[in-house]
Design a protein around this ligand. Structure first.
Ligand code: 5GP
Ligand code: MG
Ligand code: MG
Length: 183
């Protein structure tokens, strides 16, 4: 079996493992500078953010605690509606904490907009957002995303945590799928 078996399903690689790592290191340096001396509670949004959480948290020099949330957004078909249900809530009390929500990608931004207000209502000292990828649609929603890795075109991407039918999360790069995969 070819070790590049899953990569063969990609039409185009947008970002290599090395490019992703380099950008995450830059984000981490910026975050360390902004939070200087303060502990950060990083909240990963399952499942897509697992890879970003693993690499970003290891690149941070600040003291970090980690927690996870799983949410599902109701909507017709592929359109996110902004109506969100919590599938797995945090284990941590947010009172007085500096919360950094970590996401894989922001498309409509509706899920994250809801999540940010929800976490803000729990008495934290601050809530900021870090996303590896952001699509142009995100600009239409009034949501303040402090840390953005890369702005990407409006294409469906997979890899580095991002799935198509739960597959491709384990790719170390980010790319678009070859058309024959959808058919
Ligand atoms: P929204 O910002 O529209 O509320 O939802 C963002 C979520 O939609 C992401 O967390 C991700 O699960 C999914 N999503 C949006 N764009 C893409 C994409 O290009 N590829 C993949 N695999 N998932 C995406
Ligand atoms: Mg996500
Ligand atoms: Mg998905």
């Amino acid at each position: 079996m070819d070790s590049n078996e899953i990569k063969a399903d990609l039409a185009h690689v947008l970002y290599t493992k090395e490019e992703i790592q380099a950008r995450i290191n830059e984000l981490a340096a910026q975050i360390d500078k902004d939070y200087e001396g303060r502990d950060i509670l990083v909240v990963g949004v399952l499942k897509g953010a697992v890879m970003v959480m693993a690499d970003l948290s290891r690149a941070l020099k600040s003291h970090v605690t980690m927690d996870w949330m799983a949410v599902s957004s109701y909507g017709s078909g592929t359109q996110s509606s902004g109506v969100v249900r919590i599938l797995k809530d945090l284990d941590t009390d947010l009172m007085g904490k500096h919360v950094l929500i970590v996401e894989d990608i922001i498309d409509s931004g509706l899920t994250l907009s809801w999540l940010k207000s929800n976490l803000e209502s729990r008495g934290p000292a601050s809530v900021e957002i870090c996303t590896l990828l952001q699509k142009p649609e995100a600009a239409k929603v009034k949501i303040d995303v402090k840390y953005v890795g890369m702005d990407i075109p409006n294409e469906f991407v997979v890899g580095y945590g991002l799935d198509y039918a739960e597959k491709y999360r384990n790719l170390d790069c980010i790319g678009t799928l070859a058309p024959h995969i959808y058919q």
